[in-house]
Ligand binder design. Structure first.
Ligand code: PLP
Length: 475
């Protein structure tokens, strides 16, 4: 089995649960305030660089530790558990390397994401490939490297069959652990676009369809090298009990396969990711500890040590640790509504701008020096720089009245936000800086930054927009 082994099992439950989740949230908010102050003081933000993204390295480490501890607390010592970070949530090489150093592997879903994981030094045995549209070349590369592959459908499995048959004699066949992704069809959550276990979801083998379950079991009985089973019930908006039900259905299938095979053929269950994030406060809720305990109650057999586990959390590891900070370029008024025009909009918070009801983000106000802004709350809009009327990060929210040269922070943007640049209006990707804070006393002293990704330059924008082919369309 190629998953990593946790060191000392259940002794590592730190008890960091719901209660001190709130204290941790307050500490994180204090670190964030210190970082904004320091970003202004150190010139990361200024008239010439009005938009920057900040990543709380301490917070990322704490989340990684919380994840490891949560599953160590509910499995016997020595149970192989691989936590594979869903790279799509924050596809930045230094982030992947930080997580790797924290014992977290990588779940990748495209050749680009695999390249990022490899550039970060995540080894093949800590990497899982899940893309729904794998090309033959992608499969060949993954299988040659020994990366775990979850086949999405019968046609993909047929391609893997062909590659397995073609592997040189004596090579031992496939080096990669291979599984099939199933859709337990347990239903959707509050966000349709992110619900992967609906009856007609595009992902995996739809288990309740006519004949599908028997097809899956036969696929395993015919292929002794199929040793894993994969599910991912959805992301953001899925209630924990529904996630647990998806895992339970998958576990029941693993047991059925093993019973009919007369041996422990499925040795590892990949339970996917999808822990929701609270975007309304600094609290981390639900916690990994709570989800792990719910799984222990719902599917005790999966966690009794007979199965290795793979998890694929993305948003819940990174969202809370990212902050976009921007200057207020202009403060104006329209129809009696105060509007702060900033440089953070659709290009860094695309989902929030296009689907504000599903993806609300908190906004914090800071003054020109980067200190938390105080004063009576005024209903106002916070607007981005893009040329369409809907480019608003928040509508009609109460904040101290924002003035020109103040700053605005867009909170909880560490996953699926600032790393997911949208090229509208040729707005450049902002720089991302990681930060650590020795002291979080409001002075901004003791904060150090490390460049994760430089801002995109105007020259790069031109080059990526066909600058070298300016004459291409002329006769
Ligand atoms: C997106 C995705 C994840 C991660 O989901 P989060 O909501 O970010 O935790 C995990 N596994 C698969 C297969 C995914 O597509």
């Amino acid at each position: 089995m190629s998953t990593g082994t946790q060191e000392d099992g259940r002794t590592r439950d730190t008890g960091r649960g719901e209660d001190d989740g709130r204290a941790a949230g307050a500490e994180r908010a204090a670190r964030r305030d210190a970082a904004v102050r320091a970003a202004v003081a150190q010139g990361l933000l200024g008239p010439g660089s009005p938009l920057v993204a900040l990543l709380d390295v301490t917070g990322v480490r704490e989340s990684a530790a919380g994840l490891r501890d949560a599953f160590a607390a509910v499995t016997p010592a020595g149970t192989p558990v691989l936590h594979a970070f869903a790279v799509k949530a924050t596809p930045l090489v230094p982030v992947l390397r930080l997580l790797h150093a924290e014992g977290i592997g990588a779940e990748v879903a495209s050749p680009g994401e695999l390249a990022l994981a490899r550039a970060a030094g995540v080894p093949p045995e800590r990497t899982v490939l899940d893309s729904p549209a794998k090309t033959p070349a992608e499969l060949r590369e993954a299988l040659a490297l020994g990366i775990a592959v979850n086949a999405d459908n019968p046609q993909e499995l047929a391609r893997i069959d062909a590659l397995a048959a073609g592997s040189p004699p004596g090579s031992g066949g496939l080096r990669s652990p291979v599984g099939i992704r199933v859709n337990p069809q347990v239903g959707g959550g509050t966000i349709e676009a992110l619900s992967t276990a609906t009856a007609t979801s595009k992902f995996g083998v739809a288990l309740r369809d006519e004949g599908a379950r028997e097809w899956v079991v036969r696929a395993y009985l015919d292929r002794p090298w199929l040793t894993r089973l994969h599910t991912h019930t959805g992301s953001q908006g899925i209630a924990l009990p529904l996630m647990a039900r998806g895992v339970a259905e998958t576990y029941a299938l693993a047991e059925e396969i093993n019973r009919r095979a007369g041996r422990q053929q499925v040795d590892t269950v990949d339970i996917g990711g999808g822990l929701p994030v609270d975007f309304t406060s600094d609290a981390v809720e639900p916690t990994y500890a709570r989800y792990a305990r719910l799984l222990k109650e719902t599917v005790p057999g999966l966690l009794d040590g007979r199965y290795g586990l793979v998890t694929e959390f993305g948003r819940s590891l990174l969202a809370k640790h990212g902050t976009v900070v921007t200057r207020v370029e202009y403060a104006k008024s329209a129809g009696g509504r105060a509007v702060a025009v900033t440089h953070a909009g659709v290009q860094v918070a695309t989902r929030t701008v296009y689907a504000p009801a599903a993806w609300p983000l908190r906004i914090a106000a800071y003054d020109a020096a980067g200190r938390p802004k105080t004063g009576p709350a005024v209903t106002q809009d916070v607007a981005g720089p893009a040329c369409f009327a809907g480019d608003l990060l928040a509508r009609g929210i109460p904040l101290p009245l924002l003035e020109q040269d103040d700053h605005v922070a867009v909170l909880d943007t560490g996953a699926y936000a600032f790393a997911h640049h949208y090229g509208y209006n040729s707005l450049p990707r902002p720089a991302v800086h990681g930060f650590t804070a020795d002291r979080a006393d409001g002075t901004g002293e003791g904060v150090s930054f490390a460049l994760v990704r430089p801002a995109q330059t105007t020259g790069e924008l031109v080059a990526e927009s066909g600058g070298a082919h300016a004459d291409a369309l002329l006769p």
